[in-house]
Design a protein around this ligand. Structure first.
Ligand SMILES: Cc1cc2nc3c(=O)[nH]c(=O)nc-3n(C[C@H](O)[C@H](O)[C@H](O)COP(=O)(O)OP(=O)(O)OC[C@H]3O[C@@H](n4cnc5c(N)ncnc54)[C@H](O)[C@@H]3O)c2cc1C
Length: 294
């Protein structure tokens, strides 16, 4: 892999890298090779070199549970983060974080992305997940997404309506490839109002979410006609733990890592919560987090 190091720099090619360092849950076994790629030019060269390798794409690892056995092959994190602004149309590399984009837009007095400022991932991860908060989702602001398909080796632009955005789902979930960039449409706004809204949302998160403990956000999806976290709370599961994994005492929808959780602890706890909710309320709840690895 010397060639990889010559494209990316040796500091960006890590062997036997613990995925616990690259996930907000701080859980996960070893990735055989973990590479960080910071530009489209380097990405294209890297992919050309890795044509026959198994590649797993990660963003900020904020919606991921990586197995204790880890990930074979290459894990690629794309960190390109340039942003082009033409009036209200904004094109952004997928490696930019939501927080950085929200702050850039604040300075340009553009409104529409305040809802995503506190979602601790990248633009790529937010599009794949159709991430959302406070009544808005990526599908409300994305015009189109530039995607490099690993199967055809072609770059295709998916319009919003071709992206099959649904609640925490998109067409990109089941495609082999990488989102390169996304183009958004925002509106001109008032800087103080944008700032106030971002502060209000940040405060709401601080008040209701266990931001001081490792997690991957809401562990389960919203229920069909019920609020999942409310059922978990009513089932008396807040604070219930298996090994190092615990149903947050602050927000029943979050499973947190108390410090030494393994993937197995978290999976066992997810299964336990699912079983209890089914037995007590007859409802099936489904994880929102993505489980990856061997
Ligand atoms: C404290 C906390 C609060 C959260 N709050 C919210 C919230 O309010 N709303 C919400 O929707 N989510 C929330 N989340 C979950 C998470 O932040 C989002 O799902 C986020 O969009 C994931 O982005 P990421 O960059 O971390 O992606 P990752 O978790 O790294 O990856 C998620 C998926 O996207 C894929 N992916 C990532 N980047 C690319 C790319 N460039 N090309 C192709 N595929 C890619 C990965 O392969 C994986 O399948 C929260 C998480 C935490 C820890």
């Amino acid at each position: 892999m010397k060639e990889l190091e010559s494209i990316l720099g040796s500091e960006n090619v890590k062997y036997n890298e613990p995925m616990s360092k690259h996930t907000t849950f701080k859980v996960g076994g070893i990735a055989d090779i973990f590479i960080t790629v910071d530009s489209k030019e380097k990405l294209l060269k890297t992919l050309e070199m890795l044509k026959n390798e198994k590649i797993t794409i990660v963003g900020n690892g904020s919606n991921l549970l990586v197995t204790d056995k880890g990930i074979r092959g290459i894990v690629l994190k794309y960190t390109a983060n340039t942003c082009e602004i033409n009036d209200t149309i904004v094109k952004v590399d997928s490696g930019m974080t939501n927080a950085r984009l929200a702050n850039t837009l604040l300075n340009k007095k553009l409104t529409g992305y305040e809802f995503a400022a506190g979602i601790p991932g990248t633009i790529g991860g937010a599009i794949v997940m159709n991430a959302g908060a406070y009544g808005r989702e990526m599908k409300d602001v994305v015009l189109e997404t530039e995607f490099l398909d690993f199967e055809t080796n072609e770059i295709k632009v998916f319009k919003n309506e071709e992206s099959n955005f649904e609640y925490r789902k998109s067409i990109f979930e089941n495609k082999k490839g990488i989102i390169l960039s996304a183009t958004f449409k925002f509106e001109h706004g008032n800087k103080n109002e944008i700032d106030e809204k971002m502060k209000e949302y940040a405060q709401k998160r601080k008040d209701s979410q266990p931001l001081d403990m490792p997690s991957a956000g809401s562990t389960f999806k919203r229920g069909n006609g019920f609020i999942t976290a409310k059922l978990i709370d009513e089932a008396g599961l807040k604070g219930y733990s298996i090994g190092g994994a615990e149903v947050s005492t602050k927000h029943a929808g979050f499973i947190v890592n108390k410090g030494n959780a393994t993937e197995k602890d978290i999976i066992d706890l997810i299964k336990y919560v699912q079983k209890e909710i089914y037995q007590k309320f007859g409802e099936r709840i489904e994880p929102e987090i993505k489980i990856i690895g061997e």
